[in-house]
Design a protein around this ligand. Structure first.
Ligand code: UGA
Length: 442
């Protein structure tokens, strides 16, 4: 099929590349000239494991193209994916201006096609949009006199950064929201190469598909705030959340996944989508009390490492040197949006702490924010040189088994604040470190 994907962020770029990989002819469009130039040169504007190789191969084999010319791209396409951002407004709702400006631009481009296309194309909304947006898009097309040219379908994306290709290529499920079943059939054919026989292709209304995306992220965010709150209680009462997680996870109704305590969830999705659910509820007079609590717990949790550090040093932080390992909001990405590391950095800088930071991929993004206010260490050991304390904020695999003897030698003080519970308290005591985890009863 001929496909245009508008928006080359994580979702758009991964969608376009994976659809090219399955044999389609794909053109990815973005209005960011610099981004497109980078992609045309066979480079990536983001870090995502495995993506570069896939982009380069499909480019070489002529199935994947990049352009800023939306009009030309959509005129040729049977399927037009919209994967532009929906950032939060100051009230926490989703800002749909990019989505609607794309809808208008697509309508404009298709009106100009002569002769007019015979069968309607499908405008597939992949961006995370509030319930009712697909209906508003259809209404807008009607208003523009283009409803006969375009069908609208909702097709939310569930991929995770850091595992995006695997998630797209082997989805747990594909969800589409349509008004007419024929539209779903086109998408079923498109996704067939990716769906194992035991993985469903779920067809529902656009409203339910839109809601599914928010409900999924809201549930996942709830699990995290739940376990973080339990961990904080464990800290106070001398229980170990690690054992508690094992104790509850064997109950199959609960399970083990997504119940790792930490310094709060970050990223471009959970904080934004939880806020959007609260805003949707407010708009229709349906208070989302649980989501408000999930959000409040997460805000507080982003302070947890600072609170532990401050308590350890009895508020006397000025002049200390602290090493931070891990800056991205999670491993295997260079994304620092809403990252807990930024909240910690801000708080420690305010207290006049010297910071030596290291991250395998995200250093350039943090440097763009803080410039020479931080020391950017070449590797984890460089970061701990002369440090009073080490803080683990992101659980990159390379931090899991470091040379503790060397770390002890290099550090001035011997305190570790482990925001991801990647070390064992007893082992840390054996190495002679004062160790703080999250919810480990310390
Ligand atoms: C999330 C969802 O997992 C995807 O399914 C969804 O498609 C995506 O948002 C989206 O809406 O686009 P992502 O933001 O890439 O994906 O990252 P996650 O792996 O879900 O992690 C989010 C945050 O939760 C991270 O800060 C992570 O450290 C934190 N987390 C996760 C925990 O603190 N504890 C856990 O047990 C799991």
């Amino acid at each position: 099929m001929r496909i245009a994907v508008i928006g080359t962020g994580y979702v758009g770029l991964v969608t376009g590349t994976c659809l090219a990989e399955s044999g389609n002819d794909v053109v990815c469009v973005d209005n960011n000239v610099q981004k497109i130039a980078i992609l045309q040169e066979g480079r990536l504007p983001i870090y995502e494991p495995g993506l570069l190789e896939l982009v380069q191969r499909n480019q070489r084999e002529g199935r994947l193209h990049f352009t800023t010319d939306l009009s030309a791209a959509v005129q040729e396409a049977q399927l037009i994916f919209v994967a532009v951002g929906t950032p939060p407004t100051p009230e926490g709702a989703a800002d749909l201006s990019a989505v609607f400006s794309v809808v208008d631009a697509v309508a404009q481009a298709l009106r100009g096609v002569s002769p007019p296309p015979t069968s309607p194309r499908i405008l597939v909304i992949k961006s995370t949009v509030p319930v009712g947006t697909n209906a508003r898009i259809s209404a807008r097309l009607q208003e523009l006199g283009c409803a006969h040219l375009l069908e609208v379908a909702s097709n939310p994306e569930f991929l995770k950064e850091g595992a995006a290709i695997e998630d797209f290529m082997k989805p747990d499920r594909v969800v589409v929201g349509v008004r007419r079943p024929e539209v779903a059939e086109v998408l079923r054919e498109l996704y067939a190469p990716f769906l194992r026989t035991d993985r469903p292709f779920l067809v529902m209304s656009p409203e339910s598909a839109e809601m599914t995306k928010y409900a999924a992220n809201a549930m996942l965010a709830t699990k995290i705030s739940f376990i973080n709150e339990m961990a904080n209680l464990c800290d106070r009462l001398g229980a170990d959340i690690h054992d508690v997680r094992r104790g509850i996870g064997h109950d199959q109704r609960i399970g083990f996944q997504f119940l790792f305590p930490g310094p709060g969830y970050g990223g471009s999705c959970f904080p934004k989508d939880v806020g959007a659910v609260i805003a949707m509820g407010r708009q229709v007079g349906c208070p989302m009390r649980l989501m408000e609590a999930v959000d409040a717990v997460n805000h507080a949790q982003k302070q947890i490492l600072f609170r532990k550090i401050s308590a350890h040093y009895r508020g006397q932080l000025a002049g200390l040197t602290i090493a931070i390992w891990g800056l991205s909001f999670k491993p295997r990405t260079d994304d620092i949006r809403e990252a807990p590391s930024l909240v910690l950095i801000e708080a420690l800088l305010r207290e006049q702490v010297h910071l030596r930071v290291h991250d395998p991929e995200a250093m350039h993004n943090v440097r763009a924010l803080y410039g020479d206010r931080l020391y950017y260490a070449r590797n984890p050991y460089d970061a701990v040189q002369g440090a009073d304390a080490l803080v683990i904020v992101t659980e990159w695999a390379e931090f899991r088994h470091p040379d503790f003897a060397l770390i002890r030698q290099l550090m001035k003080g011997h305190v570790i604040f482990d925001g991801r519970n990647i070390y064992e308290p007893r082992q840390m005591a054996n190495w002679g470190f004062t160790y703080y985890g999250i919810g480990r009863g310390l």
